[in-house]
Design a protein around this ligand. Structure first.
Ligand SMILES: C[S@@+](CC[C@H](N)C(=O)[O-])C[C@H]1O[C@@H](n2cnc3c(N)ncnc32)[C@H](O)[C@@H]1O
Length: 185
């Protein structure tokens, strides 16, 4: 009987936790819009681009880091880099920190607006965000990034900044969903 009750309470507790998590997940998407993570092939390609185009890079910023998919992957591929993620959503930042603890990867996750982040010391910045944010981001990066810094965008691209390289990492994806755009300051 005792075992039955223990199992029942454990099940109910896990079920309640699942419902609470789902509630916050839905609420977060409603407030902050979706946070589609970057594709695995894109993440591998970003690490390759950094190794080839900026081997001296010391840090990597994901501007709008969501649940931490890209920052955790970059830390795995390039453990010597200081990896920083910035996102508006507390929920996504919390999940990224939990995942990092669980995986034992040392990354920094900051809750805040990417437009308020000082990027003057950034070596590589990455953005997979909505089109409407690209013009102000282009202006900010042009003003703040130091010479030699790299900017990489996924799917979306800048309008005036001349491209250093365009890399199609998945031809099967529609539009520019399988494309990375690389810029050099
Ligand atoms: C499409 S997700 C990309 C997540 C992650 N970078 C990846 O590639 O897997 C975009 C993220 O940008 C965040 N975001 C949008 N505007 C932002 C802003 N002004 N400051 C910080 N984060 C922002 C959203 O909350 C969302 O989690």
């Amino acid at each position: 009987m005792n075992l039955f009750l223990t199992l029942l309470f454990t099940f109910l507790a896990l079920f309640a936790l699942g419902i609470i998590f789902f509630f916050f997940f839905v609420l977060d998407v409603l407030i902050r819009r979706h946070d589609l993570p970057s594709d695995k092939k894109a993440r591998q390609m970003i690490a390759q681009i950094i190794s080839q185009r900026h081997p001296q890079a010391k840090n990597f910023y994901d501007l709008g880091s969501g649940r931490g998919t890209v920052i955790l992957s970059i830390k795995k591929h390039l453990p010597h880099l200081q990896v920083i993620g910035i996102d508006l959503s507390r929920f996504r930042c919390a999940l990224a920190k939990i995942k990092a603890k669980f995986l034992g990867r040392k990354i920094q996750v900051k809750r805040g607006d990417l437009f308020k982040q000082d990027l003057s010391q950034a070596d590589v910045v990455y953005a997979f965000i909505w089109y409407d944010l690209l013009p102000p981001l282009e202006q900010k990066l042009q003003q703040e990034l130091k010479p030699g810094a790299l900017a990489i965008t996924n799917t979306v691209h800048f309008f005036d900044w001349p491209l250093a390289e365009k890399i199609v990492f998945d031809e099967k994806l529609p539009g520019n969903f399988g494309t990375l755009f690389v810029y050099k300051k």
